[in-house]
Design a protein around this ligand. Sequence first.
Ligand code: ADP
Ligand code: MG
Length: 383
Amino acid sequence: MSAASADRTDRDVGQTFRDALGRDPDGVFSAPGRVNLIGEHTDHNEGHVLPFAIDRRCRVAAAARADGTVTVRSTQEPDDLVTTTLDALAQARGWSAYALGTVWALREEGLPGAGWDLVVDGDVPLGAGLSSSAALESAVALAVAELTGSDLDRHTLARAGRRAENDIVGAPVGIMDQAASLMCREGAALLLDCRTLEAEHVALGLEEHGLVTLVVDTRVRHDLADGGYADRRAACVAAAEALGVDALREATPAMLDRLDGTLLRRARHVVTEQARVHRVVELLRAGRPAEVGPELTASHASLRDDFEVSVPALDAVVETALEHGALGSRLVGGGFGGSALLLTPAAAAEDIAEAVTRRAAVDGHPEPVVREVHPAGGARRER
Ligand code: ADP
Ligand code: MG
């Protein structure tokens, strides 16, 4: 798994701040990326998801300014220093929109402050399905909230990150990623009710049971991803309407008899996926994490056959991983490409990483990037 750790860094973002600005930051903050263990396409049906934060973080060194100016730079965007004013935050574009949009959203909540210098660095890979965007938003949100001494709670910070992404970046994402990044605890997943935003911590117990999770980025992304996603959302709305419920989270298995064709299959994915989330939570609470594997694989089959969002490169990863000793595997994210999550005995991880890479070469798919990820704590002040 050579690629797994190649892009890790613990560079000191405080030092980067001092080098760039010639003074100390007021504080250093970090927030993790995340992966969703199970509960795919349940979020937009107001159901449950079960993400955990991972041991890759975005770090932000921040200091207040008094002149109405906001600057942001990132080691991941080395040639781009963005300078703006508090009044122009909502006009931010490109990568800086995630950071500046978050400051904008918090100001809409009444957060004070007369300007900021923000320096960003991190090792959540960008665009690899591990939510570098929420990591950046959450680290910025915590930074400006703490440095203004505000008492905004983490739900509000999560909503600000989501608002930045929805309103300033223009991406129609839900709240899962920001909630996971801000609220997760080390070693545990977060059972999040996407309707009420109620959240519960569920210990994973992976390490104690000799298990690890791998995320395989297929580096395949289909042109139809955006259209396909919108289409699936619309089908879920239509199925809920046909069943007379506000959202598919309220649909029961018995109700599915009233649907047929495409709507039946789309709704069946959501209804069975909701049930799988709750089974996984029960298994984890019972201290039986290895038994989560088959639920992941069942989720994949449902996403492939009923929700129809898989692609051959993802199916090949799942199949090959299972052949080489993975306990379970599924595509993660919206589908049509992207990444797969694998639950495996630690001893089999290396073999599986090699096998999925070989298989991609045989099938003529891009070379995947395999990363081992461990459940980590949520956003925090580093100093
Ligand atoms: P994901 O969240 O799955 O990694 P997204 O497309 O949602 O993928 O967000 C990735 C984008 O977020 C990047 O293209 C970049 O614009 C921005 N971003 C995330 N982290 C950083 C960072 N450390 N520095 C600069 N931009 C970042
Ligand atoms: Mg994202």
